[in-house]
Structures are given as C-alpha cells and as structure tokens.
Design a protein around this ligand. Structure first.
Ligand code: PLP
Length: 307
C-alpha cells in the first residue's frame, strides 16, 4: 500500500514528495514542526499540538499556512488515506521558499508545509514500554530557545545517536549545573521515594511537551503529588522510578541511567499505570473530537488553501 504525503497543498505519493532546494527549512532550519501520536486510529492530544504549533510559528514570526479548520481536516485526512491505526503524523512548516538570504523573505512569501504519516507496530511499542529503556546522559549543547519546536535538531540527533551506539533507548541532557533538562526527543521524569512526580519546570530550557502537560492534568485529577523542579542525574539514579514522555513514546519507563539501575531495575508499576491511564484518556478524548462531516467539506477546499 503506497504512502501519501501532503506537500504545499497537494497529496502526492510519498516517493514523489519534493520541496524546493531554496526552502528555508532546508537552508536555515527556518521551520517548525509538530508530531501527533495515533493510537487505534485516533489522533492523541490533537488540540494541544495545534496550540503549540501556533505558538512556535508566532515566536518565529512564520505565517500560518492555512486556517486551523483546514489544517485539522488535512491532518485527519492523512490519517485516513494512509490507513494509520497506530503511528505518527509529522507536520513541518517553513518560512517558505526564497532566494537565499539570512534576512526574512518578503512578507508575501508563502510558508512551506509538508505532512507525512507513518505506521508503527503498537505491539512492539507496548513491549518496549513494558520492558523499559536504558538512558545515557550527555551535556545539553542546544540553543537558548528550546521551548520552540524548531527543526534545528542536530544536537538532539547526536545525542540520540550516542544513545543508540551505547545500546540505550534515549539520551538525557544535562545543563552546566548538573541538572537534567529533558531528553533528546522526550521529557524526563522521576518518581521520588514519597511518590511525588517530578519533572523540570517549563521555561526556555525545555520543550513543554504536550504529553507532559496532559500527564500533569491526569496526575492532578487523580490526586497525585507533582513538582516542577530540576533534578540531578544522581537523584534520578536513586529515585523510585523514572520515565520519559512524548507523543511517540507516550509514557515509557526508564530502568537504567548511565548503567545504574533505577529502583529494582524493572519498569516501574507507577509509570506503567500512568502510561495505561494516559493512553486510555487521550484515546477517549480523541474519539470525542472525531471530525464532523462539515470538516470534511473544509478539507476538500482546505487542501488547496495554501496562501
Ligand atoms: N522534548 C523534546 C526535545 C522533544 O523533541 C519532544 C518530542 O518530540 C518532547 C520533549 C516531548 O514533547 P511531546 O510530548 O509534545 O511529544
């Protein structure tokens, strides 16, 4: 079954999908992105990711490529035409295509938009989570606006590659003071010996994960104690449990940090329970906001609404 991509207003076979060599995302990483998890055909935390996309675009003064209604319809359509039951939707918006110049191009330049869809094996992802992952740590060498979901990801790529070479599932990044900021593509959490859920406070130092935010809301509803504060690698190594959150990993237990086991070295029950609750709740919310027929009409027009 052939994959379909969406590029600048058109649905095209994935293997024929192209952007121009002078797209600013390509030359300057002058672009932002979003990733939605899809579980059982439902887009998880849809509105949260849309809101963060708008924020990232606003912070970098990149024009919105189309209305939220049209974009929502295109994204839903991508899930459908690619037959995604479990997987990811990737969306990237650049400042557009223009003759290479560091200065922003003329205001009338159309933003570039591309969307891809990818299926994932839910059984494998679930097995990975039940087993838990090991993480390594590396200095956080990224720029000062990590709150913007920019495609400038080279330090993250290097960190993730270091983890892969070490046989680990993620790389936690550590600031010059010795505190964990987050991971290469997820937020880092610990569960203290008194059952407090701890993760770094949202600031320009980390990407404020949508999964992270949803988990806070779930934890607070369930009466669990939470703290937004920095923690060191040593504190994490002696914590009861540790885990990471992201749109693709949901909640994934961490069983080892730099070779030292966390807790009893197995996926923590607290973390696994949070994962189950997150998946069930996000899925239920996604089903409640399933697209209405009127949205499909917008999709028919919206797909060509790049202006
Ligand atoms: N932090 C970084 C650096 C990320 O790249 C990601 C996800 O890609 C996250 C955190 C988690 O964010 P979200 O839960 O919105 O996927």
């Amino acid at each position: 079954m052939s994959r379909i991509a969406y590029v600048n207003g058109q649905y095209v076979p994935h293997r024929h999908a192209r952007i121009h060599i002078e797209d600013r995302g390509n030359q300057f990483a002058d672009a932002v992105y979003e990733v939605w998890g899809v579980r059982d055909g439902a887009l998880m935390d849809f509105d949260g990711h849309m809101t963060r996309l708008a924020r990232s675009l606003g912070e970098l003064k990149i024009r919105r490529p189309m209305s939220d209604a049209a974009l929502s319809a295109v994204i839903n359509r991508m899930v459908e035409i690619n037959h995604i039951r479990n997987g990811l939707i990737y969306l990237q918006v650049s400042r557009g295509q223009a003759r290479r110049d560091h200065v922003f191009p003329p205001a009338k330049t159309r933003p570039g938009i591309m969307i891809t869809a990818k299926s994932l094996n839910a059984i494998k992802s679930e097995a990975r989570a039940q087993k838990g992952i090991g993480v390594i740590t590396r200095p956080d060498i990224r720029w000062g606006r990590r709150d913007i979901k920019s495609v400038s990801l080279l330090p993250n790529v290097l960190a993730k590659q270091a983890a892969a070479e070490a046989g680990a599932g993620e790389c936690w990044l550590v600031d010059p003071q010795g505190f964990v900021t987050e991971a290469s593509s997820s937020n880092a959490w610990i569960v203290t010996k008194d059952d407090v859920l701890v993760t770094r406070a949202a600031s320009q130092d980390i990407l404020n994960g949508i999964t992270r935010r949803t988990l806070f809301a779930l934890a607070e509803n369930a009466g669990l104690r939470t703290e937004e504060r920095a923690f060191t690698v040593e504190e994490a190594q002696s914590a009861r449990e540790a885990f990471v959150t992201s749109a693709s990993a949901f909640v994934t237990p961490v069983v080892e940090i730099d070779g030292k086991p966390v807790g009893n070295g197995h996926a923590g029950s607290f973390s696994l329970q949070l994962r189950a609750t997150y998946v069930a709740t996000a899925n239920e919310r996604a089903r409640k906001r399933a697209p209405r027929p009127s949205v499909w009409l917008v999709a028919q027009r919206g797909e060509r609404l790049v202006n």
